[in-house]
Each structure stands twice: as structure tokens, then as C-alpha cells.
Write a protein that binds this ligand. Structure first.
Ligand SMILES: *[C@@H]1O[C@H](CO)[C@@H](O)[C@H](O)[C@H]1NC(C)=O
Ligand SMILES: *[C@@H]1O[C@H](CO)[C@@H](O)[C@H](O)[C@H]1NC(C)=O
Ligand SMILES: *[C@@H]1O[C@H](CO)[C@@H](O)[C@H](O)[C@H]1NC(C)=O
Ligand SMILES: *[C@@H]1O[C@H](CO)[C@@H](O)[C@H](O)[C@H]1NC(C)=O
Ligand SMILES: *[C@@H]1O[C@H](CO)[C@@H](O)[C@H](O)[C@H]1NC(C)=O
Ligand SMILES: [Ca+2]
Length: 524
């Protein structure tokens, strides 16, 4: 028993400093209760959970079987890659397996037989979960490291991609960027994307195999050379949001652009020695749980945070149902050493009696009314408790009052409705002639033309005459020889004898007269 207590005492300060407990049972004068802290899961070896895709199709060697040689033995091209033979196959999965002592297993590409067409490949790793890098990404190449490649990342499950780091033996030539070292970065540029020449030099393929994305060197800018002062880094991440996001990702993509050359030039007469081979792809990271969980497990096909503080979601990014009396917030590393849990609170406990259903974080006391009211209601709500919908929105009956989707936009058709407000069931108020909940349809006797217009013709009262046909209620299509809105008039031209040619003229001059009158009225 004493032994156990001693271990606990020894471990606790360290544990708290690492933000790895979310709560503890404490006894105070008012009796025992839970105390809550900011918390985060431990770093994990993420290659075990990755989904991998290698592009373009057919870039993996062995189908059909192919011979290759190495830069060390350029004229002994007897090695073979054969996808149908397990001993000679080099599938992508071999980048993520556990290496046995002394025996590297690796993915391998086809050789550069299509030179001078570039030999390019994309290796995309996806986790379907936001992760925060905690250590260097290390990619191990057998038979030489590429002379040009880049690392990209996505924060949104592969929808958009951003450059992460460029690698080349000559950065200026390959990417038009001056070479830099992460170790030379200043605090203000710790999240700079740079091009490095440190991992592309030819040093014999056996000696230097690793290509790094230096996470620790970037951390060290704030946490010191041995990463002893992690709290400095955490404080910095708290104040500079871009910094935290820089180490966050859901997907990684390695774009291999030019293989190891083993010399200055490509030898056209022996292209069997140019290819890519990766034996390991190490990614160490923790699940991003917004400081609301200290455990992350693989469930239902994806990593999931085990959320505390009454939060929920894959990243603990929401408040649980009935715990939405204030808006969700990420936990915070400050104040050290325990941070702030920023837990979600049950309805009614947030500000005494002022309930805002999670649509506002602030209440304000209005002196002359003697009431406390929510300020800046979000999610299109309004009212003292953010309990109503803003004008132009109506209540979503299938959502609770504390749901983000509680108010639905009326979406009234601008041309068909009188204004953009609607009643509690989402019905807009329609102009004459329009109908339907959003006023975007026409009553019988009307047709849609920038709103509902009364029909010019129809099949009942306004029938086109003299054999004319009604076109979509908008106009009569008259047979030759007839005119007028309903084809009621005979057309006047020289071939029709019994047509008074002066009547047209008369009507025309009358029209002119009216127009002149109207114009002069406008002038006045
Ligand atoms: C590799 O990915 C990039 C985008 O990140 C894309 O433009 C390129 O076409 C891809 N190359 C191959 C060979 O799939
Ligand atoms: C990604 O994770 C989500 C949430 O856990 C899950 O619903 C979805 O099916 C997963 N998608 C894939 C492609 O695994
Ligand atoms: C979450 O809700 C439960 C149930 O009401 C409560 O016992 C617990 O203290 C809450 N946790 C936090 C961190 O507020
Ligand atoms: C109504 O609320 C439910 C529950 O949140 C949501 O799934 C649904 O999308 C909402 N409806 C609309 C039209 O926004
Ligand atoms: C909203 O308006 C529609 C159409 O006028 C009507 O049928 C419905 O009953 C109204 N709903 C409410 C709650 O007043
Ligand atoms: Ca391997």
C-alpha cells in the first residue's frame, strides 16, 4: 500500500505537467468532488492506423515482373520485383509493417524506363481523424533518397492540400526556393514552409536513408534543445493559433518527383537503377481532442477521442446534448500546470438563471429593465435567452432549443413574396398570384415571369381567336393574317382589301401623342 502511494506521488506531478488526466477526485471542506483539467491523449505510432494510396496506378513494381539493379552494383541487374511472388513483391503495406532485425521490407516503384519522362509517384496517407504531430516524420528510403520531392498535408480529410516541406539536392533548381534549415528558424517563423537540401545528397545508399520532417527542431525553438520546457511551447500554441494548426493534419502526401541518381547525371543506358524504395514511414502523433480527452481508440473504422468534460464528437468538438448552456470551447493549456477544462455545462447552470441555450457566451445586465439578457445570440437566434429565431428564420421542430440547427432560413422567393419573413411552419407571405410555402409557384391564371403575372391568354376566358394558340399563358401565337393580344384583329397589308390602311396609322399617331404627353409630364 505504502509502495503504491509512493509511486503515485512520484508520478503525479509529471503526469499533470503532460496534461494526461482529465479529472481527479478531490476532498475539500465541502466534501469530495471531481476537479477537472485540460487533458490530451498520449502520442501514438500512427502508421498502424493509416490508410494508404499510391498513385499513379501501376507505379508499384512487379506487374509485369521487372529486373532492377542498384547504384552500388549498376551492372548486376539480377534483382527482381514480381508482384505475384510474395518473396519478390513490394506492395505499399511494407512501408508500415514492423521491421525485423536486419531485414528491411519495402515498397518499390517501377524503374525509370520511360526516361526522360519524369518518374513521379504520390503516396497519400489518410487517418480520417485530426492528429497533432508530436515527433519527427521519418521516411526511410532504401537504395538512395530522392533528389526532388515534397511533403504535403491536408487538414480537411483530403479536400484541400498545403505544402509542408520541399526536399531537393538543389532547392533553387528544383523549386526556385533558397535552401534553409529548420534549426535556423526564428520564433516568429516556426511555422514556415521551407526547402531543405539536408536529406537529398548522395552519401551512398547504405549510409543515410532517412528523410525527416523536423517537428522536434521546431518545438525546440520554444521548448529548448531537450524539449524540457514544453509548457513554453504549449503557451505559445495557445496564443498563436497558426502554430497549433501547423502541426495538425488529417492526411499526408509524399510527392516523389525525381529518384536518387547516384551521380550528377542520369545514365540513359542503364535506367534499371533508378526507382524509389521506402521501407518505413514513421508518423508519431496524438489524436486532436481539443484538450477534452486523454484517450483515443480505434472504433468503428476510425480513431475516436474518448471525450470527457461533457463534450462529444470524434474530436470532442461539440457539447453533449443537454450540456449546451454555453458555447463549446476547446480546453486551454493555461494556466499552467493544469490548464482549463472549459467543460460544457448542463442547461441552466451557466450564469445563474440566465440560460442562453448555448447560442451565446455572454450575458448582460440591463439596468433600467432589471433583467439579465443574453448578448450576441448566434445560430440565427434572438431574444433574452436566445430562445427565438431571428426575423427571416423559423423554428426547426425536430431540433432542441440548444441545437445549432434550431433556426431554419425562411428562404422566401424574392419575386413571389412580400417580404423575407415566414410563419412558424416556414410559410412565406405571397404576392398576388403566387402560392406554395416559399411563394415560388403561380396560381391558376398566372404564369411565372419574374414573379407571377396574370395570364394574357388561356383555355377558358381568354381564348386565342381566329385559330391562334396560347403559348404558356404569355401570348397568343396568331396565324398569318391576324394580330392583337388574342388574334382578334385582321392584319393590314396591301393584299387584304377590306382592311382600312389608315386605322393603323391613326392608332400609331395616337400612341405617339400619349407618349409625348407623358414625357412632358415627366419634365414638369
Ligand atoms: C500527385 O498529387 C498532386 C496534388 O497534390 C497532383 O497534382 C498530381 O497530379 C498527383 N500525381 C500523380 C502521379 O497522381
Ligand atoms: C471516417 O470517420 C467517420 C467518423 O468516425 C466515419 O463515420 C466514416 O465512415 C469514416 N470514413 C472512412 C472512409 O473511413
Ligand atoms: C458532466 O455531466 C455529469 C452529469 O451531469 C456531471 O456529473 C459531471 O460533473 C459533468 N462534467 C463536467 C466536466 O462538467
Ligand atoms: C433540423 O434539426 C435537425 C436536428 O439537429 C437537423 O438534423 C436538421 O438538418 C435540421 N433541419 C434543417 C432544415 O436545418
Ligand atoms: C402558416 O401559413 C400557412 C399558409 O398560410 C398555414 O397553412 C399554416 O397553418 C400557418 N402556420 C401557422 C403555425 O400559423
Ligand atoms: Ca517495412
Amino acid at each position: 500500500m505504502l509502495h503504491v502511494a509512493a509511486i503515485l506521488l512520484h508520478c503525479l506531478p509529471l503526469a499533470l505537467g503532460q496534461y494526461d488526466i482529465c479529472k481527479s477526485w478531490v476532498t475539500s471542506d465541502e466534501g469530495p468532488s471531481w476537479e477537472f483539467y485540460a487533458c490530451q491523449p498520449k502520442p501514438m505510432i500512427m502508421k498502424e492506423y493509416t490508410m494508404v494510396k499510391v498513385d499513379p496506378p501501376g507505379i508499384t513494381c512487379g506487374n509485369p515482373p521487372e529486373r532492377f539493379c542498384t547504384h552500388e552494383n549498376p551492372y548486376l541487374c539480377s534483382d527482381e520485383c514480381d508482384a505475384s511472388n510474395p518473396d519478390l513483391a513490394h506492395p505499399p503495406s511494407l512501408m508500415f509493417d514492423k521491421e525485423k532485425e536486419g531485414l528491411a521490407t519495402y515498397w518499390q516503384s517501377v524503374t525509370w524506363k520511360r526516361y526522360p519522362e519524369p518518374l513521379v509517384a504520390n503516396i497519400t496517407l489518410s487517418w480520417n481523424k485530426s492528429l497533432e504531430l508530436t515527433d519527427d516524420i521519418v521516411v526511410t528510403f532504401e537504395y538512395g533518397r530522392p533528389t526532388a520531392m515534397m511533403l504535403e498535408k491536408s487538414l480537411d480529410y483530403g479536400r484541400t492540400w498545403h505544402p509542408y516541406q520541399y526536399y531537393a539536392d538543389d532547392c533553387m533548381e528544383a523549386f526556385g526556393m533558397p535552401p534553409r534549415k529548420v534549426r535556423d528558424l526564428a520564433a516568429s517563423s516556426a511555422n514556415r514552409v521551407l526547402c531543405t537540401e539536408e536529406y537529398s545528397r548522395w552519401a551512398g545508399s547504405k549510409k543515410e536513408k532517412d528523410v525527416r520532417f523536423e517537428v522536434r527542431d521546431r518545438f525546440a525553438i520554444f521548448a529548448g534543445p531537450d524539449l524540457r520546457k514544453m509548457e513554453n511551447l504549449y503557451l505559445r500554441m495557445e496564443s498563436a493559433k497558426g502554430l497549433k494548426d501547423f502541426f495538425t493534419l488529417t492526411d499526408l502526401r509524399l510527392r516523389l518527383l525525381r529518384p536518387a541518381l547516384g551521380g550528377t547525371y542520369v545514365q540513359r543506358e542503364n535506367l534499371y537503377k533508378y526507382f524509389y524504395a521506402i521501407s518505413n514511414f514513421e508518423v508519431v502523433a496524438r489524436c486532436k481532442c481539443n484538450l477534452h480527452a486523454n484517450a483515443c481508440n480505434f472504433r468503428d473504422g476510425a480513431l475516436q477521442c474518448e471525450c470527457e468534460h461533457n463534450t462529444t464528437g470524434q474530436d470532442c468538438g461539440r457539447c453533449k446534448k443537454n450540456f449546451r448552456s454555453k458555447s463549446w470551447r476547446s480546453g486551454s493549456y493555461t494556466p499552467t500546470p493544469n490548464g482549463s477544462p472549459n467543460a460544457c455545462a448542463a442547461a441552466g447552470t451557466a450564469f445563474g438563471n440566465c440560460e442562453c441555450y448555448g447560442h451565446s457566451n455572454r450575458c448582460s445586465y440591463i439596468d433600467f429593465l432589471n433583467v439579465v439578457t443574453c448578448v450576441s445570440c448566434k445560430h440565427n437566434t434572438r431574444g433574452q435567452h436566445c430562445q427565438h429565431c431571428r426575423l427571416g428564420y423559423y423554428r426547426n421542430v425536430s431540433a432542441e432549443l440548444d441545437d445549432e440547427n434550431v433556426c431554419i432560413e425562411c428562404n422566401c422567393n424574392q419575386l413571389g413574396s412580400l417580404h423575407d419573413r415566414c410563419n412558424e411552419t416556414g410559410y412565406c407571405e405571397c404576392r398576388k398570384g403566387s402560392i406554395s410555402p416559399k411563394c415560388d409557384e403561380c396560381l391558376p391564371g398566372y404564369h411565372w415571369r419574374q414573379g407571377c403575372q396574370p395570364n394574357v391568354c388561356d383555355e377558358e376566358l381568354l381564348i386565342c381567336q381566329n385559330g391562334g394558340t396560347c403559348h404558356q399563358g404569355q401570348r397568343c401565337i396568331c396565324p398569318t393574317g391576324f394580330k392583337g393580344a388574342l388574334c382578334q384583329d385582321v392584319k393590314c397589308d396591301s393584299s387584304h382589301r377590306n382592311c382600312d390602311s389608315s386605322s393603323g396609322m391613326l392608332a400609331g399617331s395616337f400612341f405617339l401623342l400619349v407618349c409625348t404627353l407623358m414625357l412632358s409630364m415627366v419634365d414638369i
